[in-house]
Design a protein around this ligand. Structure first.
Ligand code: G3P
Length: 216
């Protein structure tokens, strides 16, 4: 399973990239707005740190605008994935991008039907938002299970990128289902590392070592 970070914060990206386990980055307009920087500047900065896929989202809702923005993003670096919202116009844009060999990530996917359409349009990645479904008492993980099964039934090449991840259990359950990628906020990656028994174990080892260190 690939791990992407869902952030546009450069310090976090540098910090967690240094761990050697960050395979890519997803951004969205809200994450860019949170940083208060220009999209182009920030995405180009991220490309200097991360070699894997970096998603940059179109702002336009019309086809010409989406195509113009996506083609521009794709020229910034060869690991840019154009993030396109799941609309009928978005599907048209994805189909055209796929013919131009521009990689895409169809975002704001909340149903199996939307995921099938994204795959049929030739999306490189599909982003089902599981946390936002859980927030409204739906079952985000059941959506992942259905999408993974259907994509495998038909050998769709589109990869399942589990998005709107809120806690480590989301990552683990998605891995059990065979999802290709989880994108997570830095806090979730941080939570995955820690276990109280690991901390207690390290403390005990060091305390015991302290007692005999002069004999070494
Ligand atoms: O980047 C897309 C997605 O991961 C957003 O997550 O937490 O805003 O629902 P969230």
């Amino acid at each position: 399973m690939q791990f992407f970070l869902d952030t546009a914060n450069l310090e976090d990206i540098k910090k967690y990239a240094s761990w050697g386990i960050v395979d890519g980055i997803t951004t969205n307009p809200s994450l860019i707005a949170k940083e208060g920087v220009s999209l182009e500047k920030r995405i180009k900065e991220i490309t200097k740190i991360i070699r894997g896929p970096i998603s940059s989202e179109v702002i336009s809702t019309d086809l010409d605008g989406m195509l113009k923005e996506g083609r521009t993003y794709a020229k910034w670096a060869n690991n840019i994935y154009v993030k396109v919202p799941m609309t009928a116009t978005g599907l048209q844009a994805v189909k055209i991008f796929s013919k131009e060999s521009i990689k895409t990530n169809v975002t704001l996917v909340f149903s199996v039907g939307q995921a099938i359409l994204a795959a049929k349009a030739g999306a490189t990645l599909v982003s089902p938002f599981i946390g936002r479904l859980d927030d409204i008492s739906e079952d985000g993980m059941a959506l992942i299970a259905d999408i993974v099964k259907i994509y495998r039934n038909y050998d769709f090449k589109t990869k399942v990128l589990v998005a709107s991840v809120r806690h480590p259990r989301h990552v683990i359950e998605a891995a059990k289902l065979g999802a290709d990628i989880s994108t997570m906020p830095p806090a979730v990656l941080e939570q995955l590392v820690h276990h109280p028994l690991t901390d207690a174990g390290i403390k005990k080892f060091l305390d015991d070592w302290e007692k005999v260190k002069d004999k070494q």
